[in-house]
Design a protein around this ligand. Structure first.
Ligand SMILES: *Cc1c(COP(=O)(O)O)cnc(C)c1O
Length: 465
């Protein structure tokens, strides 16, 4: 392909993109295909001869698009959002165009310096104290793994990387029973082990870790000769939005000299709104590591996950490695690849820069406030529907409910709704019962689109009876 053809197709694709997004409300949200249907349409062997962009693009529309679930659809209420605000998509096109690998300051000084400033803009937006710095990672899973590795190294006097963990099996990490599976996985791969991740029961209106039980678990581990290494708290857990009382958790961590990590992957974005901080953010200052995903609710095209660090030194002592070919000379600079597990890194900060400048923090706050208010409205409609039950009340823009009937009836309704295609939502589990999860968060959705949900839910439920 020469650059004139590139220019032609680039324009074509950006027109296609705008039309695609404008047409989303008419499409079913979840892909309506059966397993294997897409693969069956693809040739089994790669082509030897070149093909035209016309043909490739036509097959993209004909074969690929019917197999896509539309995450930017205004009636996407499943999981959590993976918002891609249009300016952040444009930034991503520029990142792809320049195609730099930004592992070191000298491999693209602008990427490193913009990253430092964007992390600080977001630090201010989330009202964290000035001592926090941070790094942009690909995912919250990677940030959490970095924090768990740091807990391990700090608790072993920074000997784990050198000696391995074969002889040790007594490190303990604590979290609530509502945390995301990325925390379990981080403990698996860091050599801590599932049995040494201690899940503390939750209580109260926001399903918070029982701090007395946390204290008890730590002290009985110490009595048994085990080595507590860290505590992982959550603000806005994935299942039902469980949120810990951060100040109380931190107090235990300080008493016990434990490293702390906070998973606010989804709910962190809402902390740009001062009115939500009282319930969800009080006591956050002091956590050693905090992760939130601008690629979820905030609107930065996937992937883009920010890890704030109160002091980066322990994480650098855990992850930094400097073979000769990566050494840089001259003035003191930041090389962000030393802060993370992957070496290579995309220029993710550009998406945040385009996003925040295009909307201003106030434009982003307004969206999040609307989503929270509309989720409450939908919740009230469902509450008022005969036979339906709200199981967990809205935490920010997430709640869960049940229709009449047993667990199988809940799954039948979820499947029927997703086959219907007008809305998309997913199931969850709470206190041993299957629930239907509902969250509002698509970047450009409107009240009208959101309020279709309770109508569709009762409509599809009636048709099942
Ligand atoms: C989405 C989510 C994660 C995982 O995020 P990735 O960036 O996909 O790794 C972790 N914790 C919570 C609370 C989440 O909602």
């Amino acid at each position: 392909m020469n650059w004139d053809e590139f220019s032609h197709w680039g324009k074509h694709i950006s027109d296609w993109a705008a039309d695609y997004h404008k047409g989303l409300p008419e499409l079913p949200v979840r892909a309506q295909t059966a397993p294997g249907e897409i693969a069956a349409q693809l040739p089994e062997i790669p082509p030897d001869e070149s093909e035209t962009m016309e043909d490739i693009m036509a097959d993209f529309e004909r074969i690929v698009m019917p197999g896509m679930t539309h995450w930017q659809h205004p009636r996407f209420f499943a999981y959590f959002p993976a918002n891609a605000a249009p300016p952040s998509m444009l930034a991503d096109m520029l990142i792809t165009t320049v195609a730099a690998q930004c592992m070191l300051w000298q491999t693209s000084p602008a990427a490193t310096e913009l990253e430092g400033v964007m992390v600080d803009w977001l630090r201010q937006a989330l009202d964290l104290p000035p001592e926090y710095t941070g790094v942009i990672q690909d995912s919250a899973s990677s940030a959490t793994l970095s924090a768990v590795l740091t807990m391990r190294e700090r608790a072993t006097g920074f000997t784990g990387n050198r000696d391995g963990l074969n002889a040790k099996g007594d490190l303990r990490i604590y979290c609530s029973d509502q945390v995301h599976s990325s925390i379990d996985r981080a403990c698996w791969v860091a050599g801590i082990g599932q049995n040494n991740l201690i899940k503390i029961p939750t209580n109260g209106p926001r399903h918070s870790m029982d701090v007395a039980a946390l204290r008890q678990a730590i002290s009985s581990d110490r009595d048994a000769g085990r080595e507590p290494a860290g505590i992982i708290a959550a603000t806005g857990g994935t299942g039902i939005g469980a949120s810990d009382r951060l100040g109380e958790v931190l107090k235990v961590a300080i008493e016990q000299d434990l490293y702390t990590h906070l998973d606010a992957a989804w709910a962190g974005s809402a902390m740009i709104c001062p009115e939500f901080r009282g319930d969800f953010w009080a006591g956050v200052e002091g956590f050693d590591s905090i992760v939130f995903n601008p690629h979820k609710w905030l609107g930065a095209q996937f992937d883009c996950s920010v890890q704030f660090l109160r002091d980066p030194t322990p994480q650098l002592n855990t992850l930094k490695i400097e073979p000769e070919y990566l050494k840089t000379t001259g003035a003191e600079v930041t090389n962000y690849s030393e802060w993370t597990i992957p070496l290579g890194r995309r220029f993710r900060a550009l998406k945040i820069w385009f996003l925040i400048r295009s909307y201003g923090l106030e434009g982003l706050r307004e969206r999040i406030r609307n989503h929270v208010a509309w989720a409450h409205e939908v919740c009230d409609e469902i509450r008022a529907t005969e036979g339906f039950e709200i199981v967990t009340e809205p935490i920010l823009s997430l709640f869960s409910f049940r229709c009449p009937g047993d667990d199988a009836a809940q799954q039948r309704l979820v499947d029927a709704l997703n086959d219907d295609g007008r809305i998309y939502l997913t199931q969850g589990m709470f206190e041993g019962r299957k629930v239907i999860r509902f969250q509002v968060g698509q970047f450009d959705t409107t009240r009208e689109q959101v309020m279709m949900a309770p109508v569709v839910i009762t409509d599809v439920w009636r048709a099942l009876q």
